[in-house]
Write a new protein. Structure first.
Length: 412
């Protein structure tokens, strides 16, 4: 039974455009000095006004991604952009100006450049993970409030109705990174307001299946049959089995996020750090780490097309290597070869702080505001500039653009 069409995707995320993350570009947070977008909005409104906040956000969104960026992305052989959006996109949540007009523009630009768009609901009220990318650091209470869940379903349905006939629409991802028990208890994100965070907990698989079933029913009733509905694995890639098939879902994908810098973390914590960094066996260790992810993806893909919706080449080996470029290129090849068993991959992210010349990766390297670390490998424009992703293997071929609708490989 075919659950969905595994169209080979070579994509990039447009992070930090409609959903802000301070580590990617601290500039929009300068006046408020807050650490996440929700508190940045709250502080702006309380100290200045909602009108002032709307103007600040308008200046960022008008310049951060433009038609020129879509052209640059398409010229690099990429065929899809995944666009993270906030729950307040329609402007109906008090204190948070909407941004639907920019998503409308993105579809117009996609039609002009031949790109496809995946809409990614990246945040929900009360947060689904407590990460800064969920908008509200240290808080994870969305799943406990039926009104907030219903609001989220309504946002998804409105998006589907607005864009169902857009030829550039590839799919809608119903929720980014709902957090698992293990991930929730392994993070140390601290909320600004401890009272607001009280009662925060992980998103259970039982709840997530119910939400996914409801979201699928709402979206499939509106969307065209060929439009893909995407579900994040909730950091539980191998827990889904044949559930989507048993639930009768068609033309769906399972999104998994594979960050090497997260996989390698146990190797570089504690006293073993120096030993590993000096070891000549590091390339072997990285092959092992990436290979294990590839095996997991292959296993899950027997039941449902799997998409690596976020990844990047960042890793400790390259950061401490005498030949950074060679290390990054080797890690890139390892990852992209492993992701070849999936429906495709989408790099995080197109850019961090914007270069003066669009897509050039020029200027001062972005730094992590929390620890001063180099963030270049997260920025695809800089990865291109340094040649860390090379057109020297079949899966790195950026010389020939591939249509997202061509060369379909079906997963049964």
């Amino acid at each position: 039974m075919v659950l969905g069409i595994d169209e080979r995707i070579d994509g990039v995320n447009l992070g930090n455009w409609l959903v802000l993350e301070k580590w990617m570009d601290p500039k929009p947070f300068t006046r408020s000095a807050e650490d996440d977008e929700i508190w940045m909005h709250r502080t702006h409104v309380s100290l200045w006004s909602e009108r002032n906040l709307a103007e600040e956000l308008r200046r960022h969104r008008e310049t951060y991604i433009t038609l020129e960026d879509f052209r640059i992305i398409a010229d690099h052989g990429i065929n899809l952009v995944r666009i993270p959006i906030p729950y307040f996109i329609f402007g109906d949540w008090p204190g948070h100006p909407g941004c639907i007009t920019y998503l409308d523009r993105a579809f117009r630009w996609a039609r002009e450049t031949g790109l496809k768009i995946m809409i990614d609901l990246h945040t929900v009220p009360g947060s689904q993970n407590g990460f800064d990318n969920g908008g509200l650091t240290g808080v994870c209470k969305w799943a406990q409030n039926t009104d907030l869940v219903e609001y989220t379903l309504n946002v998804l349905e409105r998006l589907a109705r607005r864009y169902r006939d857009e030829p550039a629409l590839h799919g809608i991802e119903v929720l980014n990174e709902p957090v698992s028990w293990s991930v929730f208890h392994s993070t140390s994100n601290t909320a600004k307001d401890s009272h607001e965070a009280s009662g925060s907990t992980y998103v259970s698989l039982r709840f997530l299946k119910r939400f996914y079933r409801d979201a699928y029913a709402r979206l499939r009733a509106v969307l065209r049959p060929e439009t893909v509905i995407v579900f994040h694995d909730g950091f539980r890639l191998l827990r889904w089995g044949g559930w989507f098939r048993r639930a009768g879902m068609r033309n769906v994908m399972l999104d998994t996020h594979q960050y090497l810098i997260a996989m390698e973390d146990p190797l570089f914590s504690g006293p073993a750090r120096r030993l590993y960094l000096r070891s000549r066996r590091l390339p072997w260790l990285y092959r092992m780490l990436v290979g294990a992810s590839g095996i997991a993806i292959r296993s899950a893909a027997r039941r449902i097309p799997v998409l690596v919706g976020e990844w990047c080449v960042e890793n400790q080996w390259a950061l401490h290597s005498q030949n950074r470029s060679a290390a990054y290129r080797q890690v890139s090849r390892l990852q992209r070869a492993a992701w070849d068993v999936s429906a495709g991959q989408i790099y995080w992210s197109y850019q961090l702080a914007r270069s003066a010349k669009p897509g050039s990766g020029e200027g001062k390297p972005p730094r992590d505001p929390r620890n001063g670390g180099n963030l270049e490998a997260w920025d695809l424009t800089r990865v291109w500039r340094h040649g860390w992703i090379r057109a020297d293997t079949s899966h790195d071929d950026t010389c020939h653009r591939q249509s997202i609708n061509g060369n379909r490989r079906k997963v049964h």
